[in-house]
Design a protein around this ligand. Structure first.
Ligand code: GCU
Length: 325
């Protein structure tokens, strides 16, 4: 009996105490929240990120990932970071615009010419300048996360021209530009959290939504969507954010490690993205009719006036982005 009591006491007190001792007093723990399943390109990137930070800091910084919105939606995560209750999270620039309005510039339809232009902007001077705006909201943007091009999927009809969108109830993120874009196309925008899109489609609360192939595939939205029409109207990057307070408490050496690992992770996500874009479309095509839209000029024309009217709001950034060659 005595022996059993000793063993139980050891398990309850001594072993955890040793654990803390072994971990050392200076170990920094961080939580990283995101709202997607562990199979997505960015989830794979964040696993790499956590492993690599642990490796390069010799176990001094431990990052634990929390997928599937278990710590809340990105908007809630942003509020948690601002309140000092969370260290890191990922958010689409369209949602980030609730806290950092300039980020909505990336929701401007047909802003980027192609993927090459997108990365030139994001990784160049303009991308760096825009990223710095997050500091005014108590956040630091560590890196831009690939989020491909967004296209419409719905349960009413295939979309070939903007006219086909007339009257459709389409889900959008919490972005003023996304809302205005849907209105310019004649659709009726409804804000729904990403993790609730599946049931909103299934129950008919919305007729459709719009997203990139890896997200549609990983969230299985194709199971509840009849048509997927590849008009590629927006390329809105995601971002990985760390609390500015947490960042400022890191040593210069630790910050350098974060910067190095951020660059590496960006590449890991990009590679996985390219792979999942192809594989995702294949899987989507099993349940859903996919149509290409090789000539997008009618879509581009439909949103031109909107782009012009929004230009002053973004302090010249629409033009700066377009000027990047
Ligand atoms: C994309 C993006 C997510 C975003 C989602 C959405 O999948 O990568 O960050 O949350 O779109 O439409 O809400």
């Amino acid at each position: 009996m005595k022996k059993i009591i000793i063993v139980v006491l050891c398990v309850l007190f001594l072993i955890p105490a040793l654990g803390i001792f072994a971990a050392g007093e200076n170990v920094i723990s961080m939580r990283l929240a995101y709202d997607q399943p562990v199979t997505t390109p960015k989830a794979k990137g964040f696993n790499f990120f956590a492993d690599r930070i642990k490796e390069l800091t010799n176990g001094q910084i431990i990052i634990t990932n929390y997928p599937n919105a278990v710590l809340g939606h990105p908007k809630e995560n942003a509020e948690q970071v601002q309140a000092g209750a969370l260290e890191m999270f990922t958010i689409s620039c369209a949602d980030l615009a609730m806290f950092v309005p300039i980020m909505d510039v990336f929701s401007i339809p047909y802003l980027f010419r192609d993927k090459e232009h997108y990365w030139k902007v994001l990784d160049g001077e303009v991308g760096r300048e825009i990223a710095e705006y997050t500091e005014e909201a108590g956040m630091k943007l560590l890196f831009w996360v690939d989020a491909g091009a967004r296209s419409f999927y719905n349960n009413v009809r295939p979309i070939y021209t903007p006219d086909d969108l007339k009257g459709l109830k389409v889900r959008v993120m919490s972005s003023d530009v996304m809302i205005k874009t849907m209105e310019a196309f004649g659709a009726s925008p409804t804000t729904v959290a990403f993790s609730e899109v599946y049931s909103a489609l299934q129950t008919g609360v919305i007729d459709g939504a719009e997203n990139n192939p890896p997200s549609v595939d990983n969230m299985k939205h194709n199971e509840v969507a009849e048509y997927y029409s590849l008009d590629e109207h927006m390329m809105i990057p995601d971002s990985l954010i760390i609390s500015l307070d947490v960042w400022n408490k890191l040593t210069k050496e630790q910050q350098d490690i974060f910067i190095k690992v951020s660059k590496e992770t960006q590449e890991v996500v990009k590679k996985e993205w390219a792979k999942q874009e192809v594989e995702g479309l294949k899987r989507i095509s099993v349940t859903t009719k996919i149509n290409l839209i090789p000539d997008k000029s009618a879509f581009i024309e439909a949103v031109k006036p909107l782009q012009e009217s929004l230009s002053p709001k973004f302090e010249g950034y629409i033009e700066k982005i377009q000027a990047v060659k």
